[in-house]
Design a protein around this ligand. Structure first.
Ligand code: ADP
Ligand code: TYD
Length: 207
């Protein structure tokens, strides 16, 4: 293993992204790599505004939310202290829980997909993931898991919206299949099985 990769996890809410990020981090560290895990919305002040909107502490139009994600993502990449580009330069393998495919899927359920892709083009031109890992679960499974683990339901967490978002993910993955590396995995299996499948797919990419 020599190359340090940038890996993005994608999927609807509750698909198991953070579980899989952790399992992959453990495997990569056991293989001797330095691993930096991160997420969007980020922990930055812009990310905090987004979280406040999602938890209903603030209100904002969907177009404002789309713009905030564009800014949050650019800071995620370019931040001089812990930006993804800096961490890659320092030799870390970087795993992010969500990246621009999340905007393509979630924001395009409320506005034009091409606008969302254009608005994120600065990020896409700066850094494309070596692989986007898409974990697929049904919106019904998602709602089941969210109900178990949450005390409140966030802005986009309704059955109908998650159905739309999942459809958008498939639409945009097809649209961009020639320019993006995408690995799809069935998230309706036990976490270890999914993790092993992801590992089998990723291992060769490090050589
Ligand atoms: N493969 C799986 N099968 C069943 N439940 C899972 C699986 N992976 C994660 N979970 C559970 O589903 C919930 C959401 O998982 P999480 O990893 O936080 O998803 P996400 O980061 O995509 O929202 C958590 O309660 C987690 O324990
Ligand atoms: C990164 C990103 C997230 N989101 C949404 C998806 C989630 O509903 C919400 C919070 O993301 P996240 O904390 O990853 O939620 P979960 O763990 O439930 O998947 O932000 C967007 O709408 N656009 C984006 O670009």
């Amino acid at each position: 293993m020599k190359k340090n990769l940038f890996i993005a996890f994608e999927g609807i809410d509750g698909s198991g992204k953070s579980t899989q990020v952790k399992l992959l981090k453990d495997k990569l560290e056991q293989a001797g790599l330095k691993v930096y895990t991160t997420c969007e919305p980020t922990e930055s002040p812009i990310g905090k505004i987004i979280r406040d909107i999602f938890t209903h502490k603030m209100e904002a139009d969907h177009r404002v939310i789309a713009g905030l994600f564009v800014a949050d993502r650019l800071d995620h990449l370019l931040n001089k202290t812990n930006g993804i580009i800096k961490m890659l330069e320092e030799g870390y393998t970087v795993i992010t829980d969500r990246y621009y495919f999340s905007s393509y899927a979630y924001q395009s359920t409320h506005m034009d997909l091409n606008w969302v892709i254009q608005a994120n083009s600065l990020s896409a031109n700066l850094l494309k993931p070596d692989v986007n890992v898409f974990i697929d679960i049904t919106p019904e499974q998602s709602m089941e898991r969210l109900k178990k683990g949450r005390t409140s339901i966030e802005l986009y967490e309704t059955l109908e919206n998650l159905q739309n978002v999942r459809n958008k993910y498939f639409e945009v993955m097809e649209l961009l299949q020639s320019v993006e590396e995408i690995f799809k995995t069935n998230g309706n299996r036990d976490a270890e099985t999914i993790s092993n499948e992801i590992w089998n797919n990723l291992e060769r990419r490090f050589n």
